[in-house]
Design a protein around this ligand. Structure first.
Ligand code: SAM
Length: 201
């Protein structure tokens, strides 16, 4: 039985409130400046809470074997329809489930990714698990709202602090990773973006 939040997201996708769109410049820039130079052989990538797949599908078109995970079946259905139009060698696997369950399962299966993307999603229980599903040298791309968002006058984004990063929070959580890029205010919005590399074996 889906819980209320999950139903809420399904309704939003069914209502067309969220749909397929162009990938964010952050993802395209990260691909050009970090993924391509540091991981020149595209392998497996994970887009966690990736919604209708606008990032995952674009990344699949760049040659990555993408896993798109989200708890909204409606979002994944939109993504599968879009992906069906891709050439057969651009693979997209969809996984339905809560982010924490999906990551726990991948960790148990010792499934590893060259990169993990998290865009506009926060569940603090998930944060420490992300490096564990990265292959050594793999990259974490994380971007979501911070507590500063309202103060900076952005009408979009959540108001509940549970879904807002604190200042420097990603740097603190990922202090054992190599930080390649970090920004906390983007285009006058309270948005933190981090690119970090898993070091060690
Ligand atoms: C704001 S949308 C972001 C979608 C996409 N990552 C993007 O950047 O456009 C948040 C997404 O997180 C999903 N979501 C929210 N809580 C989740 C959870 N606990 N587990 C898995 N997905 C979740 C929602 O279904 C929705 O697709």
């Amino acid at each position: 039985m889906p819980n209320n939040d999950q139903q809420h997201w399904n309704h939003r996708y069914l209502a067309g409130e969220f749909g397929f769109r162009e990938p964010d410049p952050f993802v395209m820039e990260a691909h050009k400046n970090y993924l391509q130079p540091l991981l020149p052989v595209a392998s497996a990538g994970l887009d966690l809470a990736g919604g209708a797949g606008h990032h995952a599908i674009w990344l699949a078109q760049q040659g990555w074997r993408m896993v798109l995970a989200d708890w909204s079946e409606s979002a994944l259905a939109i993504a599968r329809e879009k992906a069906a139009a891709l050439p057969a060698d651009n693979t997209l696997e969809t996984v339905q489930g809560a982010a924490l369950d999906v990551l726990t399962r991948f960790q148990e299966q010792e499934r590893r990714f060259g990169f993990v993307l998290v865009s506009f999603f926060l569940d603090r229980a998930v944060l420490p698990l992300l490096p564990r599903v990265l292959a050594p040298g793999g990259l974490l791309l994380y971007r979501t709202y911070t507590v500063d968002n309202e103060r900076l006058g952005n009408p979009r984004g959540p108001r509940n602090p549970e879904y807002l990063l604190r200042s420097q929070e990603l740097l603190e959580v990922y202090r054992d990773m190599k930080i390649l890029h970090y920004n906390e205010t983007v285009a006058n919005k309270g948005v933190a973006e981090l690119i970090a590399q898993r070091i060690g074996s």
